[in-house]
Design a protein around this ligand. Sequence first.
Ligand code: C2E
Ligand code: CA
Ligand code: CA
Length: 571
Amino acid sequence: MVEQLKQLKRKVLIVEDEPINRKILETILDNDYEGIFARDGVEAVETIREQSDLLSLVLLDLLMPDMDGFEVLKFMKEDKVLKQIPVIVCTSEKDEEVKCLKLGAVDFIAKPYDHPAVIKARIDRAIEIREDRGLIHATQNDSLTGLLSHDYFMEYSHFRDLHYNNNPMDAIVMNINKFHLINELQGKRAGDDILIKIAESVKKIAKENGGIAGRSGSDEFLLYIPSGSDPEAILQKIENGIEDMLNNSRVYIRMGIYKNVNKDLTVEHRFDKARIACNSIRGVYSTQISVYDEDMSEREALNERLIHDMKSGIENHQFKVYYQPKYAIQGERDSLYGAEALVRWDHPELGLLRPDNFIPLFEENGLIHKLDHYVWDEVSKQVGEWMVNFDLKIPVSVNVSRIDIGAPDLEEEIFTVVQNNWISPGMLNLEITESAYTENSDQIIKVVTKLRDKGFSIEMDDFGTGYSSLNMITSIPLDILKLDMAFVKNIHEGNKDMKMVELMMDIARSLKVRVVAEGVENQEQYDLLKKAGCDVIQGFYFAMPCAPKEFEKLIQRENEEMEEEIKAALG
Ligand code: C2E
Ligand code: CA
Ligand code: CA
């Protein structure tokens, strides 16, 4: 990298009133530097002010009309930025040297210029010293991968732009989905090896494209490269590099690109935008590349607001629990079997927000646990009330986020919630998404076993999307399988999705667990699922998620139908 930067042409300002001397100095620079000129002190000061960012060195004649070299030095010394630019004074007066040093000059060249090679060497050295000193405060390389560290990367990118300002550039941020799991499951050494390998590829890609590579944070990689490269190809190269290190697990790298960066923004800011794009596909396994657009910034601002408002939202009971009924369909009549509690946020300014708007966000930063605890408590309270007022006998299911699984003593926590509300664990079922099982099966099996020991029933949510192996599913303790909506959506007599559903029904039968199908919207789906032996159905076919008052009507109706049934049975 340092080598690469050395090849960039730096600008040297030659301040000389005599044309012949200007020419000589330019020749000495020998195409290694780009010489620009000022004919007197006034012009020099103007140029220095305008191009302070771009100047690597000033060669300053002392004796000039209007404003002389001393005054230029004085002017530069008084400015925090300008005094960083090294100045070599060109003079025939030995006596002036001390005065110039005091004013901040770094070296002297004696006139007449009869040792070009020496002069050139002094110019090189002055520039080198200055650049080394300027960059030394940042730790240059990341110790694990040898890539440029964050601060150094930012500085170099800035530098690069100064020299190639017209070049359109892309800022790319790459991150590994759930990298911590690799560390946990395969050990830190394996994690480090993967990072090193990725770094190698990233470095190579930077080199091939004439860009800059860096690493910031444990699993975040940065690329600053000329526009026009193919992101798919870059991703492919990196993934190929680590392919045989993964023993069967998959590492998903996601990539956010801010194309053709606006160079009025700081480098840091440009990479913030790339990072926003990258984070917009966090946890979305079907998409690995995301290109930044301005909507994302709005979304990001909204997210920040939601995170900020969440605490007061809980305190002020803005989170409302809706209930969607589940019906058992294999009996004489369809009977109310249970319900799922689904949260909504009645935000004072933003209106009623669906969970998709905030649940994934709160999962990202761990806030979800607080919200889920609140929901468990609200639901337990509600269930207790309904038991007293309506003789409610059906359980209500709550969602337990994958993040909650990591909470210490989760079983004690939820048990305490139901106890405090005077209901039994049998009245609060727990839905846990299948993908949580595949991500961290050992831990989840432990937690789920403890929860069942406490008396809770476990429903495996979104079954069919988490890719559990048959082998695994038989060793997981659970009570109910919930078929994912995606299967239900496209079922027709004899088609592929229907065959999948039948297969899952077989699995359920062999595990001796009940099956709930969700997202059932129409008669055809209902009929097919009933025929396939599905026990319970949830979906718009019966009812949308509804507010507690609405749900009470469903309980009442169920109670009435039951009474009629009993009456009929008694004759
Ligand atoms: P989920 O657990 O898979 O919940 C089922 C979603 O399907 C609900 O969306 C429900 O309203 C919707 N749905 C029900 N029947 C139908 C139907 O027939 N057709 C269609 N198209 N959709 C139907 P909702 O309420 O927007 O919730 C979305 C997701 O948010 C839930 O997916 C769940 O993962 C999460 N969520 C909701 N409440 C909570 C909560 O309190 N805690 C946690 N951790 N997650 C929650
Ligand atoms: Ca659910
Ligand atoms: Ca579900």
